[in-house]
Design a protein around this ligand. Sequence first.
Ligand SMILES: [Cu+2]
Length: 298
Amino acid sequence: MAFIDKVTSASLNVVASVVFCASVAGEAAAAGAKNWEMGFQPAASPTAEEIHWFNDAILLPIVVAIVVFVMGLLVYVMWRFSEKRNPAPSRTTHNTTIEVLWTAVPVMILIVIAIPSFKLLYFADRVEQADMTLKAIGHQWYWSYQYPDQGSFEFDATLVAEEDLQPGQQRLLDTDNPVVLPVDTNIRLLVTASDVLHSFALPAMGIKLDAVPGRVNETWLRINQEGTYYGQCSELCGTGHSYMPITVKAVSKAEFERWVTQAKSEFAAAESGDGDLRVAEAVGAAQPAARQTARAGD
Ligand SMILES: [Cu+2]
């Protein structure tokens, strides 16, 4: 008995230390991607948690089973029907049973994948009760952000150049004005673009949403841990495509309120020269000119 007790307590210790290491690693890794990372970044929002579950519980087992089955068949066929064992091959070309099977079984596998997949799509689509809204606008080549519920201030977030990087900042991932968001808050995320297609991608939140000019796409996030999270534009949008990263600083609610107060005054000056209005005016001005040109050509 004593031996069994020792073994049990030893194995419990191992389990406990593995769990502890995993949770510590999870905490450290929450702040963005790591070198040589193979899997997903640790999930920092409910959508990302659901995506990880979908991958680990549904997709991976199915993929592994298919690979093992097909590899097994191949090995068996190579062995059983080699020239040595099967010198006079059969001339069979059709087999109804097996043809029905290899059509019906993949269809059933796709249905098994589709049901949780659709559930997940609807889960990520929008949140019932949003506590605040963040609007991200893609430009060539930076993102700008609006906080309509906090006084509607807006700012641009541009890449920190390599020579300006501060200690702890990541090359090609840190921006001069990180998006500050509160943890444990349902945040509605609206995404659009001002010029060409961009895509707002934030792996730790399970978000990848197209930014389409003239259209607003919606999703949501609820960050469950303070830290810095990184994302990138994920739609080829021109030569500066890789230079428009997304830096999110998740802070406590109290810290967020402090930041809002400071950001309102900081970005108010920038807001007085309304960039969007100027674009609208320029577009409006260009249209009559284009029509006149067309008429002149008639
Ligand atoms: Cu882009």
